[in-house]
Design a protein around this ligand. Structure first.
Ligand SMILES: CC(C)(COP(=O)(O)OP(=O)(O)OC[C@H]1O[C@@H](n2cnc3c(N)ncnc32)[C@H](O)[C@@H]1OP(=O)(O)O)[C@@H](O)C(=O)NCCC(=O)NCCS
Length: 214
């Protein structure tokens, strides 16, 4: 199934790129070629892992999520890399992306991982982000997941209040452990990050009927 039009894919990619530029450059794609980065993200977005919000036909919010059954919100194959970056530099980029994904949080049958949450700058502060987290909670419950998880780089510390307000608790503060990744994580200002969790069974009466899929 592929119901996203190329234009919608591009809008989603641009929104993600604008708000996660440093992460895209240093962790996801290892390139500051904005056009190529946006094109690759547009191609790699998996529509099974998306929540979108529109206002008057305009895309204003995107959430990327991952579960054990749908583990790749950004499905970048080697072929996609070569299409946008050429064969020569693609191998390193592709390998780096695989390492980055391997170092991310381990998905369990219960977890619903919010990989990215983005509201268009002109529409921030209007409750859209909060609503997307509530929608994500509901979807997670429908999928039989019992725990929402977010990793938040330390420099987003102010954002902790946003998630706490929505029922998340800070579980731990972690450091990127893989030596091969830590240099890039430093550049992306993401060497340390908070792991936030929301227990859906405990916090959200609407999800109490969720049946873990394990
Ligand atoms: C984070 C983000 C998704 C929040 O979406 P939003 O639609 O602006 O959030 P809401 O309007 O639902 O805000 C809910 C509350 O969180 C607070 N909040 C939102 N963004 C905040 C920020 N960047 N810093 C501090 N507080 C923030 C709001 O002040 C509001 O509090 P209030 O209800 O007491 O007024 C949005 O700011 C965004 O896209 N930021 C850029 C991407 C990013 O930084 N993502 C974080 C990593 S996941």
């Amino acid at each position: 199934m592929n119901s996203l039009t190329p234009d919608t894919r591009l809008d989603i990619a641009q929104l993600i790129y604008q708000t996660h530029m440093s992460k895209v450059h240093h962790l996801w794609l290892h390139s500051s070629d904005s056009q190529a980065c946006v094109a690759l993200i547009a191609e790699g977005i998996s529509e099974d892992n998306l929540l979108l919000v529109t206002r008057q036909g305009k895309l204003v919010g995107v959430a990327l999520f991952e579960t054990q059954d749908f583990p790749h919100a950004l499905n970048f194959t080697f072929r996609f890399f070569t299409r946008h970056f050429g064969v020569f530099s693609s191998f390193r980029k592709w390998l780096a992306f695989i390492c980055y994904k391997r170092a991310e949080i381990k998905l369990t049958p219960e977890t619903f991982h919010i990989e990215a949450l983005v509201v268009s700058p002109d529409f921030q502060g209007q409750g859209i982000g909060s609503q997307m987290v509530r929608d994500a909670s509901q979807l997670a419950g429908e999928l039989g997941k019992t725990q929402l998880v977010v990793e938040l780089p330390e420099h987003y510390q102010k954002m902790l209040a946003f998630y706490h307000q929505l029922g998340f608790v800070t579980k731990s503060k972690e450091k990127v452990k893989w030596p091969i990744l830590s240099r890039f994580a430093r550049r992306a200002d993401a060497s340390s990050y908070y792991v936030l969790e929301k227990d859906l069974l405990k916090d959200d009466p609407a999800c109490r009927n969720a049946v873990p899929s394990s």
